[in-house]
Design a protein around this ligand. Structure first.
Ligand code: NAD
Ligand code: UDP
Ligand code: UDP
Length: 311
């Protein structure tokens, strides 16, 4: 039985990964400081003899014996990662050093949840893994973007210098049940606003694009990446290439929820990327992976979740 550590395991993606690995027969250790994660996301796993939770901040060393590590700890939404930007950089950088140190000592395979934000506001479209990105190093998104870029650097230096078995994925916008209702991300915002009959808040003119991947597809990509042969490190883009403007997303949500919300327009946040779409050729060829859930079906599942949550 594989002993698998998941940092950030009580968050949105982490909790789905806990579910999946428990189903696959792993002995799971979920490590989280509960900054943005919640006990409710993993409550149903408590009591399972192969599931364990540890309240711990990854910026501090951690000594446990494991076979595999998935490093997901890091707040992911702009309002949360900008709340304490120094802690965000520490989480990505010190957290990576500690988890890499742990992987080095235990000889564990280690996976890094990187992000499409490493491409910044991209001039290459769609984004391929070869593209180096266009990131502002001193802006309000930099704590997240540069923290994640530095974490990638650390992963590749531990790989070159200490022969660590690393797996790096770059995740594009992902949505689904267990997103935090107040974390300000666009899919959760629009759905919650529509369900409450409040105005839909479009930032800028709504012509900026994103590509939205449903959580179950993404988790399948994680597991496939972790199962690739030693020596294949990535980085690999994981995301759904379907590209939508924020106006299109708002209209789709309104059509599925119904109700009488109006669209309202607000200032575009600083350094907000204008477009983002993954090139997933590498994921297709190396992992045999591509997303199967289209936006409409994924939104229906997510709307159902928020309907239950909001009562
Ligand atoms: P999330 O905020 O729900 O989960 C992050 C988890 O990490 C939370 O449970 C939080 O409490 C925990 N955490 C934060 N700082 C910590 C620390 N110092 N020590 C221990 N735990 C800590 O976000 P998510 O959407 O589930 O994202 C998970 C990972 O995937 C993150 O690394 C994020 O950068 C990455 N990612 C997510 C997306 C997406 O669209 N959801 C896109 C790109 C990358
Ligand atoms: N570390 C950890 N758990 C371990 C092994 C190491 O948290 O099981 C931390 C340790 O605190 C160190 C970091 O990982 O600061 C990097 O470890 P490494 O062995 O690469 O560096 P060194 O200890 O030589 O500084
Ligand atoms: N956005 C929006 N209204 C909102 C929240 C976000 O129009 O209520 C926009 C935001 O400006 C960005 C896009 O939606 O262009 C995606 O934002 P999110 O924070 O979800 O992800 P990221 O910018 O990190 O891709």
């Amino acid at each position: 039985m594989l002993k698998t550590l998941i940092t950030g395991g009580s968050g949105f993606l982490g909790s789905h990964l806990c579910d999946r690995l428990i189903r696959d027969g792993h002995d799971v250790l979920c490590v989280d400081n509960f900054f943005t994660g919640s006990k409710a996301n993993i409550a149903h796993l408590i009591g399972n003899p192969y599931f364990e939770v540890l309240r711990h901040d990854v910026t501090f060393p951690l000594y446990v014996e494991v076979d595999q590590i998935y490093n997901l700890a890091c707040p992911a939404s702009p309002i949360h990662y900008q709340h304490d930007p120094v802690q965000t950089t520490k989480t990505s950088v010190h957290g990576a050093i500690n988890m890499l140190g742990l992987a080095k000592r235990t000889k564990a395979r280690i996976f890094q949840a990187s992000t499409s934000e490493v491409y910044g506001d991209p001039e290459v479209h769609p984004q391929t893994e070869e593209y180096w990105g266009r990131v502002n190093p001193i802006g309000i998104r930099s704590c997240y973007d540069e923290g994640k870029r530095c974490a990638e650097t650390l992963f590749f230096d531990y790989h070159r210098q200490h022969d660590l078995d690393i797996k790096v994925v770059r995740i594009f916008n992902t949505y689904g049940p267990r997103m935090h209702p107040n974390d300000g991300r666009v899919v959760s915002n629009f759905i919650v606003q529509a369900l409450k009959g409040e105005d839909i808040t479009i930032f800028g003119d709504g012509q900026q694009t994103r590509s939205f991947c449903y959580v179950d597809d993404l988790i399948e990509g994680f597991v496939r990446m972790m199962g690739t042969e030693q020596g294949f490190t990535g980085p690999v883009n994981l995301g759904n290439p379907g590209e939508f403007t924020m106006l299109e997303l708002a209209e789709k949500v309104l059509q599925l929820v119904g109700g009488k919300s109006k669209l309202t327009f607000h200032l575009l946040p600083q350094d907000d990327p204008k477009q983002r779409q993954p090139d997933i050729a590498m994921a297709k060829s190396k992992l045999g992976w591509e997303p199967g859930v289209n936006l409409e079906d994924g939104l229906k599942e997510t709307i159902g979740y928020f309907r239950r949550l909001l009562g």
